[in-house]
Structure formats: structure tokens, C-alpha cells
Design a protein around this ligand. Sequence first.
Ligand code: ACO
Length: 435
Amino acid sequence: MAKDTGKDTISVTDNVTGKTIELPIYHGTHGPGAVDIRAFFKEFGYVTFDPGFVSTAACRSSITYIDGDKGQLMYRGYPIEQLAEKSSFLEVAYLMLHGELPKREQQNEFLGNITRHTMINESLKSFYEGFYHDAHPMAIMVGVVGSLSAFYHDSTDIRNPEHREIAAHRLIAKMPTIAGACYKHSIGEPFVYPRNKLSYCGNLLNMMFSVPCEEYEVDPVAERALDMIFILHADHEQNASTSTIRLAGSSAANPFACVASGIAALWGPAHGGANEAVLHMLDQIGDVKNIPKFLEKAKDKDDPFRLMGFGHRIYKNFDPRATLIRKMCHEVLAKLGDENDPLFELALRLEEIALQDDYFKERKLYPNVDFYSGIIYKVLGIPTNMFTVMFAIARTVGWVSQWMEMIGDPEQRIARPRQLYEGAAKRDYIDINKR
Ligand code: ACO
């Protein structure tokens, strides 16, 4: 572990003026050091230019660590492989929020809190009626989650730690209920109320798949598979949706509004929307014999086609989540489907062929978390347009944990990036008759 001596600095010289300044370098527990450039603008009058934040650490965080070169992921120091095998989603949620694994009483209290917040206000149900039945569920999620702040005024004072905690519990607890209702709305079936005796994922499955006229038994294999997928999706440090939440939250916006903004950012196919896009892509490829043709398309810069579920800003090695989900795919297909499922076969072959291809090797493009998750969702009967909703439910835990961390950070300021202006120089207004 690198020690932060407080003495490490980097000298930066402006070759135009000859001025040199010393900037401190901070060392975290793991990962690259960070140069503190806060004095840069004041000292030099320059801003730094970093589109996509490739070299920018926007905050300090103690929640999640990724080593992209080694393909490692840890939540609060615990390797993802151990959590996926031994923990449960709600235990991971507690860990994320509080920094430590819960003791038995703490766990019972937390589970009780989440279970008691699963219902949504009855008036919220009328929101769904405003959406046409074929609305994308992510569109409904953005709207309904954003509207929660209109219902729960008693938990929107972000300076009050109790409000923050209740809001976090409400968001984690209500996401499955809101998601289940999205699905029921899309298929024209009655909404199903949450049931306290079921587990977090069992409840979600029940709210999606049970109907009032029949008994429904939650399948333990499906329940465990979903729980593990949710653990793997719970957080991923400062990705696009989490950064969106931190940005929205930096203006002191309430947590429900912030999470709605995160859902919107997650929806994009370059981020969480990739799980849905992978299934569309596999359908499009259709057969193993077509893989080379589609790989050529993915490599062609003039073709917008990309291999969905491949590549990652941070991972330049196997995404450990993809490895765990691929293993889970074998288990779930063996128990609930067909281990020789043609879609899974196609995905496995696509991975194999792409990983032997120089283009993918040179760019270190490996399957990411979204590559295999959709295959499991499909076997569980979850429709393709609900895949990203599943991601949003799980990621809510990370979002609220990161939001809480940000609010408690004494260095936190409103996020306000600068820009390199390249527009028109100052000019005078021209009357419309003279243009
Ligand atoms: N297919 C083909 N080429 C790719 C792919 C891909 N999936 N991903 C990256 N590349 C190529 C780029 O064209 C680029 O090539 P170049 O150096 O010749 O210009 C090089 O690899 C580097 O890629 P960038 O786009 O610069 O990487 P960036 O970090 O900006 O993007 C991203 C990462 C968005 C994930 C990208 O890899 C991608 O679009 N992947 C497909 C979508 C996807 O699976 N997203 C889910 C990400 S995980 C998550 O959010 C849950």
C-alpha cells in the first residue's frame, strides 16, 4: 500500500512565462496517485483539458476500487468474487452504505427497514397510466423515480443525516416495486404488491411474474442468480451514471431527483443500455458463421456497429464480473434452460473469436458485465427492454452510497467543469434585414 507522505510533488513549468509551481501528489490505498491541480488555474490562468475525464479524479472515495489492468474489483476492500459467492445483495447494500459488513442485529434491522419501505404511495400508480403501454420501461423509471420527491418530503432535507438514511432506504426498497409495476403496465396486468416474507429478489420476481388468479412460487435458482447479478452490479466507482448523480447532487438536489438523473445516464447503450443492446446484437448476428462478418463491421471505423458488451474505459483485462456471470450462465442454463442454448453458444463463440483477433487484442477489449447478463435474464423470463431496469435496481445501492459519501465530504463543492471555448469571437448583433 502506497503511503501518503504529504511530501510528494510534481513540478509544472509554463514554458511561455517560465513560471514553475509544485503540485502535491496524493496516494490512495490502491491505484495511481492523484495530482492536486486545484491551484493550477489560480497560478497559471489555464484550465486543464480532459474530455471524458480520462485523467481526472473528481472526488475521494472509499467505496469501490477497480484495478483495470489486473481485472480486479473490490467493494469496501472485499474482492467481488468473495462477495458474489458468500454474501447477499442486501448485505452488500449495507456494506456499501456503512463501510463494514453488518453484525447479525445490524443486518436484521437493515433488512427490516428495507422490507418496511417496499410499498409505493397508491397515487404513484396513476403515473403509470399516463404512459402508453409500449413506453420503454427506462423512460417510466426516470419519471416515476423522479416523482418520488413529490411524495416523500419528509426525507429530502439533505443536510439531515436521518433524512439521508431514510431516503437511501426508500430508494433501495422501492426500486423493485417501481420496476415490477413498469413491467406489469407494459403487459396490461394488475400491479402486484410487495410481500414482506419474500427476499429482495424473490419479491421482485413475484411482482413481475405472479398474477392474482394463480399461485406463484419463486424459483430459488432464479432468486439466487438475480441476487448474484445484483451484487455484481451494485457499484462501479465513478462511472457515467454515478458521476451524473454526484454532479446533480453537488447542487444539493434531493436524492430522488439525483437517482432519476442517474437512471437517465445509465440508459445509454455505451453504459447500462449495453445489456439490452447485446441481445439485439446476438439476434442480428444470428449464427456462428456470421461472426467474422460482424467482427469486420465492429473494426470498421466507418461503420457505427460496435461489439456490444465488449470494451471498458477502466478494464484492460477480463472484467471479473463478466467471468462470474459467464459461470452463472452455465449453472442457470443447466438448471432452468438448456446448456446448449444457441444464444449462449453464439456468445461464447463470439467471445472466443474476438479474443483471438488482433484488433481486440491490441486494444485490450474484453467482455464486460453486460455481455452475459442478458442471457441469464432471458432464461429467467425477463424481457429484453427490462434488462437495463434490472441494472438500475442493483446500481441504486451504489448511487445512494456514493451520494451519501459526497454529501458528507468536507471538500465537496458544486461540480462546475470549465471549457475550452472555440466559438465565434465577440461580434455585433446584425439586424434581420441586413443578414
Ligand atoms: N467494438 C469495437 N471497437 C471498440 C469497442 C467495441 N465494443 N470498444 C472500444 N473499441 C475501440 C475504439 O474504437 C477505439 O479504437 P481506436 O483506438 O482505433 O480509435 C479503442 O477500442 C478504444 O475505445 P474507446 O471508445 O476510446 O474507449 P472508451 O473508454 O471511450 O469507451 C466503451 C468505452 C464506451 C465501454 C466502449 O468500449 C464501448 O462502446 N463498448 C461497447 C458498449 C458497451 O459494452 N458498454 C458497456 C460498458 S460497461 C458498463 O457501462 C456497464
